[in-house]
Design a binder for this molecule. Structure first.
Ligand code: ADP
Length: 642
């Protein structure tokens, strides 16, 4: 029969054009697409054969075959699946716009305009049959539908331009055979992936199609025998393992098998700390296999900020890695995958955002992970604490991005340093140990443990036997401010706002003193001027003469420093200077206040500088601070307000 030339449908033409002209990277994903189509075709013939067994007569070994010809530069993907009739070929490979084509073309065009993202985009899309034209300048499809006679085979050929050719052929084998005439170079002269070597195909199949449930076979050449008997023999090998670990019943997979699989997946040399493997059934069907590494990988967090490390599979076909929709950024150290049976194969990063199935999957994964942490903490505290040391700061990030329920679940598995000792404590333990009279959980954040342990803020708390959490991770303050309470107990930063520790009697005494020494407080304030918002007496201090406090709503100096370090704009906030009313220095200051001894101003400055040093902030003008101190040590006579 003669050859018939037909036009591609308009959108298909656009798609082809973009595919050929804008996509330079990830070209190799075409193989995943063609293998996945072949696998579907095998599924279909198996299904139809249930009622019509004659369809498989004489050829019931269902498989996908890869064939290469290095000299002719061709790669062939063949299957003995359902095949296509002439009408189906025209419909499927020419005229009907597949669902999603329009969106895909739009996304590609956008990406092309911002040239940078185009290459990134393609790897993530399910692009179907036409992706063959990324690597081939001519594609031939020979196919025969399983229920049609050999005389009704069809050959479809196209160079990816505006049209394709169609002819009826004699074709004995059932199914479809797609031959790609591989390009030497890309449209822009770029190099093409290696596609005829055994190692290359083996690698691509392993990467993208390892778990396709039909065998993907290829003839490979092997040397056999020794010396003169040495000869090259051709053997057929199956390139894929077919049996994905995660599709097995979770209780039947051994720890060793998980360890092997995880190591390969995460490029880790140690087994995972915890494995989470479950099958969700009901309205949403999927299998999740998650691993919590026991330690931080070497290249962790470099350049991959915020990316989830889970891969998405649809019916065992690899769709994408780093799938952000599966886990929030704070769990980005968790490795593994989700295999869904409900999603379409052509989901993309863009469409996933609007896919309603994703939110419940993500919620479930977060909950499962947190439950696993909790159990780990309860069962094997030491091992958990080690992992906490590696990933704790990330986990705490979750507190300010998640809903309240999740926030409290995260808080439950957090470990903290505290004034109790050198070990780590949970919030539950802190609350458990609260003495009578303590109603709040106290915390203090700062640059390092040593500075915190020496902080004057702790004095009154230590005197009362109140435990204070000591927080040194940059995220801590954000996390605690979002948490605000735990198990009904308010959380309170001890260096912020009012802390009222004393009983009524003490408070009355302090108020009395404040009244009596009001002129002193005013004079100190006047002397320090804009540096402080207020000068008052403190209930926090026992030994130290003074301490700086942050307003209830203000950023602590530690947090302000961190934010400035990240190039954020931080409003200046003034501190409150609190004095220890029972410290001898206060008496001395009051005596100096009239100015006759000429030292009042210096004392105020030094006191303020000391309070700054105690919280890990350097005085604004360290030279001046030192000069004042030296002059005081020498006992120099100096008029006030020099
Ligand atoms: P998708 O697979 O997403 O539908 P494709 O462009 O990859 O889109 O394929 C279009 C259609 O062509 C398929 O839905 C299928 O009906 C048909 N097809 C593709 N490859 C094969 C094959 N190897 N055997 C039988 N039919 C095929």
């Amino acid at each position: 029969m003669t050859t018939q030339t037909m036009e591609f449908q308009a959108e298909t033409r656009q798609l082809l054009d973009l595919m050929i002209h804008s996509l330079y990277r990830h070209k190799e994903i075409f193989l995943r697409e063609l293998i996945s189509n072949a696998s579907d075709a095998l599924d279909k013939v198996r299904f139809e054969a249930l009622t019509r067994p004659e369809l498989l007569e004489g050829d019931d070994d269902l498989a996908i075959r890869l064939e290469t010809d290095r000299d002719a530069r061709t790669l062939t993907i063949a299957d003995n699946g359902i095949g296509m009739s002439r009408d189906e070929v025209i419909e499927n490979l020419g005229t009907i716009a597949r669902s999603g084509t329009r969106e895909f073309v739009a996304a590609l065009k956008d990406a092309k305009e911002q040239a940078t993202s185009a290459p990134e985009l393609i790897g993530q899309f399910g692009v179907g049959f036409y992706s063959a034209f990324m690597v081939a300048d001519r594609v031939t499809v020979e196919t025969r539908r399983a229920d049609l006679p050999a005389g009704e085979g069809v050959r479809w050929t196209s160079t990816g331009g505006g049209a394709f050719e169609l002819e009826t052929i004699e074709r004995a084998p059932r199914g479809t055979r797609i031959t790609l005439h591989l390009k030497e170079r890309g449209e822009e002269g770029e190099e093409m992936p290696e596609l005829t070597a055994e190692w290359a195909l083996r690698g691509l199949v392993k990467k993208y199609s390892d778990f396709v449930q039909w065998p993907i076979r290829m003839d490979v050449e092997r040397e056999e025998g020794e010396g003169d008997d040495k000869k090259t023999v051709v053997k057929t090998e199956t390139l894929n393992s077919m049996k994905p670990l995660w599709t097995r019943t979770p209780s039947e997979v051994t720890d060793e098998e998980h360890a092997e699989f995880y190591k390969q997946l995460a490029h880790d040399w140690e087994p995972p700390g915890r494995t989470i493997h479950f099958r969700a059934e009901g309205t949403l069907e999927y299998t999740a296999l998650l691993y919590v590494p026991s330690h931080r990988p070497l290249a962790f967090l470099e350049g991959d900020r915020g990316k989830s490390k889970l891969s998405l599979y649809v019916k065992r076909v690899f769709i994408m890695d780093d799938c952000d929709e599966l886990l929030p950024p704070w769990l980005r150290f968790v490795r593994g995958l989700v295999d869904s049976s409900d999603l379409p194969l052509n989901v993309s990063r863009e469409t996933l955002q609007h896919t309603r199935q994703m939110a419940p999957i993500r919620r479930r994964l977060v909950t499962k992970t947190l439950e696993t942490f909790k159990k780990w903490l309860d069962d094997d505290r030491d091992a958990y604490a080690k992992t906490w040391g590696e990933f704790g700061p990330l986990i705490k990030e979750g507190m300010y991005g998640e809903d309240d329920e999740t926030k409290f679940k995260i808080a439950e598995v957090c470990l903290f340093r505290s004034t109790r000792g050198d070990g780590l404590v949970t919030l539950d333990e802190v609350i458990e140990a609260m003495p009578d009279g303590q109603e709040e959980v106290y915390w203090l954040a700062g640059p390092d443990l040593d500075t915190l342990r020496r902080s004057p803020h702790l004095e009154a708390f230590a005197a009362r036997g109140y435990e204070v959490l000591l927080l040194t991770d940059p995220v801590d303050e954000f996390a605690m401010q979002r948490l605000t309470e735990f198990d009904g107990k308010p959380l309170k930063a001890i260096d912020k706002g009012d802390v009222d520790l004393g009983d009524d009697e003490e408070k009355a005494a302090r108020d009395e003193k404040a009244k009596e020494l009001k002129p002193l407080l005013d004079a100190v304030k006047e002397r320090l001027g804009e540096q402080v918002a207020e000068v008052r007496f403190s209930s926090r201090l026992k030994e130290s003469p003074a301490v700086l406090v942050t307003g209830e709503q203000d950023l602590s100096p530690h947090m302000a420093r961190l934010l400035r370090g990240m190039d954020r704009e931080v409003p200046e906030s003034k501190r409150i200077l609190e004095l220890n009313a029972s410290h001898p220095l206060v008496k001395r200051l009051d005596a100096l206040r009239d100015g006759s001894a000429g030292r009042f101003g210096d004392y105020c400055e030094l006191l303020f500088g000391q309070a700054q040093l105690a919280e890990g902030t350097a005085p604004e003008d360290p030279q001046r601070f030192n000069r004042l101190l030296t002059s005081l040590m020498v006992g120099e006579d100096r008029p006030d307000d020099e």
